[in-house]
Ligand binder design. Sequence first.
Ligand SMILES: [Zn+2]
Length: 497
Amino acid sequence: MNKKQRSLRLLLHCEDASVPYLTPYFLKEHFSPEKKLIKDHLSLGIQLRDGSVVPTYERKVKSVRKKKKKKTSESSNDGSSDSKVLSENTKISNEKKDQGQNLFNNSKPTGYTFVGRSLPSHFCIPDGHHIISVPAFDIIDQYKFPNSKKNKKKGKLNVAIPSSTPKELILRTQNGYQKINCNLFVNVIQGLSAKYISHVALYDQATNATNNGSSNWKKKNMQSIERTKSWTDNCLEKSDSLRIWIPIVGGDDLQSRKSAMEGALSSISHSNMNENVEGIAFIGWHHIESKEIRANVLQSCLSMMKPKFNTLQSVVLATQGLEQIMEAALAGVNIIGSNLPKLLAKSSKALSLDLYGWRANSEEDKRELGKKFSLPNTSSDKHNSWKITRTDSGKHTKIESSSNCVTTMGVLDLNEKRYATDTSPLLRGCNCFSCYNGQHTRAYIHHLVNSRELLAEILLFIHNLYHILELMHELSDAIGMGKGELFYDYILKQMKI
Ligand SMILES: [Zn+2]
């Protein structure tokens, strides 16, 4: 039944609108969309919220310029000399992109605006990648509960408080307050050009946090659903030929999610709109505490969509950890957002799951897999050598068991002293740039971690990203063979070692 199933994709969070750690050259060389693993399983999630922000300046142009002349002469390389102040009403133009910043480097911006920039010129992402632009992966993630005692004590207002009016969404970001309305948003996404790009419509998640202490939560939740629907319809009407994802908000309330879904379906059914619809995007799904409700939300919404709109896709914008990635996949979502490769790299950890054992077993006898397979329940890896088929190169590579492959929760912590003299790669058999041919040993990366070198994070990120893509590949296959649950257990057991 799943022969026509789409391959699972990881939506890698690119939070400042650039791929974490990787230069365009590296991206092109090692994560090229021409490679099957990348083409089938990697999508880049470009977050517009901060990446598209341009500072605005008040009309003190002359005085600022005089000061600047005295102080420095190195700026304004490509800013035109008669550039004008950028404002919210500025017409989008790629040529004008940086003029404000370059001319007024030393002056303090009086505000920020959210204007479009062309993807290839600014974000340096090689063409050919599958890209989804999102207003923010999760607005509530930024919410720091200003009413908490701790914040009150400190008199701290320096927190991100999302709010909204029927017309606009108001966010406080590291670049200042931003008011985003539909017109502005559509202008932004129209300014983003790339070969395979689609856009999540502007959504209002500002009021649907169940844990924000608000008593009339239900009413606010409905308000957020209504606003999201009206903004989405607006986006669909104005954005002509752009591919749009319809956001599904509704917090952790199943009924609310269903009504959001009904709204989405009515938007899709609306004449002239459905050709532009790429699919549905679940917002704030990872905040739902109960695993059952998480699964119910996805399954109910997808089953509402399936009969009529079978070709539409689904994306969960953000997840917490591998478990949620697999849950979403099992529920039928085909694109899953995560920033796990970066999070792990930042804490000096390398993902180290035994995917090769799964392959070795699955090659033996797929039907008998459930009975035959068992994981070693000690922390050391006791497998003998395996023959495996590498998906990317098509070569057969002999994998030896790594006797010192001691993992906790499926990851290696490169902070640990035991790796100081360990000359094996992060993961034997891994074909990523960091591990391939054993060119970077655990000892070397441990040393980099110890000396706080950024290179440690870079190498770990590369490995983690590659390894998660391989996991997506295996999970995709397993679901296709009806072995999704089994694979889920297989991975989960390793994470609990
Ligand atoms: Zn690797």
